[in-house]
Design a protein around this ligand. Structure first.
Ligand code: PEP
Length: 247
């Protein structure tokens, strides 16, 4: 079965009630390719607002979730709280959390397990820094990030892998189609060898890092690019063009 094209929008810590409502209205009125699975991730504060007003065929994701069920964890959000709010997805392992908040591979893996166990699907982010790329360590870094998850998780059917080279995020410096395809193919090869050929065939591997309405069509043509995780451009009307880039 062909992999369904997937486009995620990561609003990060952006927006107000007014601007997030405008984005929702824009998406509600847009003509979207019905073959694309779309998931948007507003700030935690706006999850309920977006879930209530956004057209139902678009899913809503948290940008993070904690790995404990409940208790004295000030500022955190549980998987059960997401589920009870109609939020069926979460991002995990975004490089901004790995770098700024120092989340390591093990913690990301533990949160991935908690999310999946609680019925929340995961957009699992991975990717290398510029220094690691220049040292020829891209594949090793990405594989290690995924191996940590494989140690905790057996079922990959509710995971979308987002390859996001750190040097391309929010910089306007997009990976070339060759660079993206090379790493996506290597991730698929790793899935084939370390998990199973079936999981390798069915898992969506999406690209993130300065995706725009200008570069998305070429990237979408790559055989192992199954969609995008979009940051900055998901706040703009052009997000619709990115969603429709596989047509
Ligand atoms: C992201 O935050 O996941 C991202 C890819 O950001 P941008 O599209 O702005 O580079």
């Amino acid at each position: 079965m062909p992999r369904q094209f997937f486009v995620g929008g990561n609003f990060k810590m952006n927006g107000t009630i007014k601007s997030v409502t405008d984005i929702v209205t824009n998406l509600n009125n847009a003509k979207l390719d019905p073959n694309v699975e779309v998931v948007v991730a507003p700030s935690a504060l706006y999850l309920l607002l977006v879930r209530e007003h956004l057209r139902k065929e678009i899913e809503v994701a948290a940008q993070n979730v904690y790995d404990k069920p409940n208790g004295a964890f000030t500022g955190e959000i549980s998987v059960e709280q997401l589920k009870s709010s109609g939020i069926n997805w979460t991002l995990l392992g975004h490089s901004e959390r790995r770098v700024i908040l120092q989340e390591d591979d093990k913690f990301v893996a533990s949160k991935t397990k908690a999310a999946l166990d609680g019925g929340v699907s995961v957009i699992l982010c991975c990717g290398e820094s510029l220094e690691q790329r220049e040292a020829g360590k891209t594949i090793e870094v990405v594989n290690n990030q995924l191996k940590a998850v494989a140690a905790e998780v057996k079922d990959w059917s509710k995971i979308v892998i987002a390859y996001e080279p750190i040097w391309a995020i929010g910089t306007g410096k997009v990976a070339t189609t060759e660079q993206a395809q090379e790493v996506h193919a290597a991730i698929r090869e790793w899935l084939k060898k370390d998990i199973s050929p079936e999981v390798a065939e069915s898992t969506r591997i999406i690209y993130g890092g300065s995706v725009s309405e200008k570069n998305c069509k070429e990237l979408a043509k790559q055989p192992d690019v199954d969609g995008f995780l979009v940051g900055g451009a998901s706040l703009k009307p052009a997000f619709v063009d990115i969603i429709n880039s596989n047509q």
